[in-house]
Design a protein around this ligand. Structure first.
Ligand SMILES: C[S@@+](CC[C@H](N)C(=O)[O-])C[C@H]1O[C@@H](n2cnc3c(N)ncnc32)[C@H](O)[C@@H]1O
Length: 410
């Protein structure tokens, strides 16, 4: 395939650009570009698109030495888009066969891996060959294979295999993407059943088994999340932290370990709060941490903390629910109390696909919510009584970004 090739310089995009690190809110209403600018840009881009679509131009760009590397890069990008699903399924097969664990202690021969995975030799070699190109495993000479750089990184991230495994649900929902986009009643998807609170007016009454799988997954993936949030959130000197939608309490346990004087409170659905109580007891935190059960769409949040955190919560919900929840957080906080919002955000620098493409479609399948830009969050925060929200400099915007704001007086 010698598809899209060199890209003539693109003129500056006249639309408003994504939020700036450490910026404050205020100026989000977008300035509209002048009509003549838009017309000029359309003409320029129309010319570029016609050029890129022309088979003759593609052949020339692929043959001409200075443009050949760009032509190849574009072809590869397009091919990767076509093949992305296949790559994810190779990854899933490796996870299901525990290939990375089998290689954790060092390289293994093909014969040993046949015995450990239960695959036939031909099938195993096909999997290994594919996984080598994805840098999941590496050939180590004389018919042996070891971990590749991505396989090794994955092994060190406890929650990632569970995350990859649960993607089977997402891919089932995405088998007919246009159907998913057209569907009015989005409730009957595999992901909506998994995240049983999504679009569920009776979420408070969910039984323990309906919340167990997602609560386990969230706790398993919390280690890296908590590290990121606690590295940047200004919690030193705070007295009490209320983690709303706090799941099984893994984030609060990490916050409590880092800030030994912090009083810990959690709010989540009753069946999830019960899991948190058990975790706090097991962690020896029963005297310092309390879990409260309820539905944050209708029940008041417990008062008494000077800080509220919302970790991976808001993107699951539509704007009306988010606004109601932020107002409830404002009521629960004293004036000047701190709100910390941490989640993957849209238009995160270097992680743009993760926001609009991945989370956009993930949440579509789930039936509620959307990834928001910091600036979209600012609008909701200001409307709920949190003036001057700001984005903190996070270490890994792919994982999450952190917005903080102080509660204004009521
Ligand atoms: C995506 S999980 C995030 C859990 C945790 N903060 C973390 O990052 O691991 C969202 C959490 O919000 C809770 N939740 C969703 N809707 C809720 C509601 N209406 N009232 C209370 N909690 C709710 C869920 O039970 C779940 O624990």
């Amino acid at each position: 395939m010698t598809l899209p090739t060199t890209e003539p310089d693109t003129p500056p995009d006249p639309r408003p650009q994504p939020g700036v690190v450490a910026s404050t809110a205020g100026s989000h209403p977008a300035a509209q570009p002048a009509p003549w600018r838009e017309a000029w840009r359309d003409r320029w881009l129309g010319w570029r698109d016609r050029l890129l679509a022309s088979p003759r131009f593609q052949q020339l760009a692929a043959a001409f030495p200075p443009t050949r590397p760009i032509a190849r890069r574009r072809s590869r990008e397009l091919f990767d888009l076509c093949a992305g699903f296949v790559y994810s399924q190779i990854l899933l097969a490796c996870v299901r066969l525990r290939l990375f664990q089998h290689l954790a202690d060092g390289p293994q021969s093909v014969a040993a891996l046949v015995a450990r995975t239960g695959l036939g030799e031909d099938a195993l070699r096909r999997l290994l060959d594919g996984a080598v190109t994805l840098r999941l495993v590496e050939p180590r000479g004389r018919d042996r294979f070891g971990l590749g750089v991505l396989g090794a990184a994955l092994l060190g991230n406890g929650g990632l295999p569970d995350m990859i495994e649960h993607h089977a649900l997402l891919y089932a929902d995405l088998a007919d993407p246009v159907g998913l986009l057209r569907r009015d009643d989005r409730r009957d998807t595999a992901l909506a059943r998994y995240w049983a609170y999504a679009d569920n007016p009776a979420a408070s009454a969910l039984p323990p088994d309906a919340v167990a799988a997602y609560s386990r997954l969230m706790a398993a993936t919390q280690a890296f999340v908590a590290d990121e949030v606690l590295a940047v959130a200004p919690l030193a000197g705070r007295r009490g932290l209320l983690d709303v939608g706090g799941g099984e309490g893994a984030f609060l346990c990490a916050a409590g370990a880092r800030h030994p004087r912090l009083n810990l409170m959690l709010f989540d659905l009753p069946a999830v709060a019960a899991r948190a109580t058990a975790r706090f007891e097991a962690a020896g935190l029963a005297g310092r941490a309390t879990a409260h059960g309820g539905d944050f769409r209708v029940d008041p949040l417990p008062a008494g903390a000077d800080t509220v955190s919302l970790v991976r919560v808001l993107h699951d919900h539509d704007d009306d629910t988010v606004l109601a929840l932020l107002r409830a957080a404002h009521r629960a906080l004293p004036s000047g109390g701190l709100l910390v919002v941490a989640e993957p955000m849209a238009e995160a620098p270097g992680a743009e696909r993760m926001g609009a493409a991945y989370f956009g479609f993930y949440l579509l399948a789930m039936g509620r919510g959307r990834p928001r830009t910091p600036s979209a969050l600012y609008t909701l925060l200001e409307a709920a009584g949190f003036p001057r929200p700001r984005l903190l400099r996070s270490r890994n915007p792919l994982l999450l970004q952190v917005v903080v704001a102080e509660a204004g007086s009521p």
